[in-house]
Design a protein around this ligand. Structure first.
Ligand code: HAM
Length: 443
């Protein structure tokens, strides 16, 4: 066998070396902080689910992208491509005993066999936040507020991203007004969902292929190109059913205005969502520059829980991926500073002081501080260099005199200032968190 075999990473999958892991950790901790601030509790489920959970419930596009196989017990299984069917399955087993509305969030890793490109991979992590058991529009507004704040929490602002909002019930009324019969609705939704990327000519051809009236093809092509509220109202000025279907969106907007987030909202008829289960208000968050795929997508899905055999509960939620967000943070210079960092670096002068230095290192760690030291015997100057490379704030030097006196020389590596103090004083300061910045026991 050849000895120079190299194992390449699978396309569309990522390694998280510490610098990348720090960005991921920064995104996850912001997501958790914001979700908890809104009163959501974290849950999780298995990454492998029965294949049947996704067939029909998720929609054709996701089913085509499944990583699925037959397991050794002969079961048809799939790596989860989204969290919502798992949430519905979990709640089908538990919701009857739970007070409503249920407010849950999760950060699953998901798998979709997509064509890898900027912002799209074959695995991603996705913040899922859902409210289950509340049909009123206040829950829709709350969900969109969490989504917006989850992005704002990372330092992105109104100038960076926008929430495009629509309502599936409004789309149904538009279809009715244009004479599109219900069996064609799903196919029309799929064409409109892709219209932004496909362009007008392809959209028109795809709609024409659905055997619609010429006037319906023309109207939908035009709405897909200009999905503004003004255009919709102008076009359907005499259609009462279409105009009154705008009412929930008005209430939704009023609530987001009251929460101080109205400036992020923009009505857009082309946002219909590719997934099959949405039934009401739907939304997607995009970067304003329009360079990337959606940051987030979600909406109301009032029938899914019943479809997987649970209590018939209304639900609303969203999924926000870490890939597009990571790209945006890198573009805007908003990634966290990374690199090794520790509170103390222990240095011993001769071999005799190694044992007291190790004992002191352990006391400092027990006080909640991070401590490193050089593994091999080295001169003090080299150990100090290593301390600086490790990002230590303070070097703790123990030589023969210090060891005899139960003390240490503590050197601030940024200023070069140093002083000798007793080990007891050093441990007390570490416990009180009054010294080096950045560590567990620190201020
Ligand atoms: P989705 O629109 O399929 O919705 O995905 C939500 C977000 O996940 C997208 O906007 C995108 O940021 C990210 N995402 C999706 N696929 C990929 C990929 N291949 N690579 C990188 N990022 C990706 C759902 O999954 C729904 N289950 C969301 C939901 C929760 N609706 C209600 N509750």
């Amino acid at each position: 066998m050849s000895s120079d075999r190299s194992f390449a990473r699978l396309p569309g999958f990522r390694d998280f070396v510490p610098g990348e892991f720090a960005i991921r950790d920064h995104i996850f901790s912001t997501w958790r902080r914001v979700s908890r601030r809104y009163g959501f509790q974290e849950y999780d489920g298995p990454p492998l689910e029965p294949l049947a959970l996704y067939v029909e419930k998720s929609g054709a596009e996701i089913v085509e992208q499944l990583y699925s196989f037959r397991d050794k017990g002969g079961r048809e299984v799939a790596m989860r491509p989204e969290m919502t069917p798992s949430l519905a399955r979990i709640l089908a087993a538990h919701s009857r005993r739970m007070p409503k509305p249920i407010r849950w969030f999760s950060i699953p890793q998901l798998f979709r066999y997509e064509r890898s490109q900027r912002g799209r991979l074959r695995e991603h992590f996705q913040l899922n936040v859902d409210i289950v058991g509340e049909a009123g529009v206040a829950a829709d507004a709350e969900i969109l507020a969490v989504a917006i704040d989850s992005v704002r929490g990372l330092g992105l602002t109104e100038g960076d991203f926008v929430a495009r909002v629509n309502d599936r019930r409004l789309v149904t009324e538009v279809f009715a007004a244009l004479g599109v019969d219900p069996p064609r609705h799903a196919a029309c939704l799929a064409v409109i969902d892709k219209a932004g990327r496909a362009g007008s000519a392809k959209t028109r051809a795809a709609l024409a292929g659905l055997d619609l009236d010429d006037s319906a093809v023309a109207a939908l092509t035009e709405l897909a190109a200009d999905g503004s509220l003004e255009n919709l109202q102008r076009r359907f000025a005499d259609r009462e059913a279409v105009l009154s279907a705008l009412q929930p969106l008005r209430e939704h907007r009023a609530m987001l205005d009251a929460l101080g987030l109205g400036a992020y909202l923009q009505f857009d008829f082309t946002v219909v969502r590719g997934l099959a289960y949405y039934t009401g208000i739907v939304f997607e968050l995009f970067d304003r520059a329009g360079e990337l795929r959606a940051i987030c997508g979600g909406g109301r899905y009032d029938r899914l829980l019943e479809l997987v055999g649970g209590e018939p509960l209304p639900a609303v939620g969203f999924g926000m991926g870490d890939v597009v967000l990571g790209e945006l943070l890198r573009d805007r210079g908003l990634t966290p500073l990374t690199g090794p960092a520790c509170d103390y670096h222990m240095i011993w002068v001769t071999r005799e002081e190694r044992a007291p230095a190790l004992a002191a290192a352990q006391r400092l760690r027990e006080a909640g501080c991070s401590v490193m030291y050089t593994f091999r015997p080295q001169g003090v100057a080299k150990q100090l260099k290593q301390a600086a490379r490790n990002g230590a704030a303070l070097a703790v030097i123990i030589g023969p005199d210090e060891a005899a006196a139960g003390s240490a020389t503590v050197r601030d590596l940024a200023s070069g200032h140093q002083e000798t103090r007793t080990l007891d004083a050093l441990f007390a300061a570490a416990r009180a968190g009054t010294e080096a910045a950045g560590g567990g026991g620190q201020p």
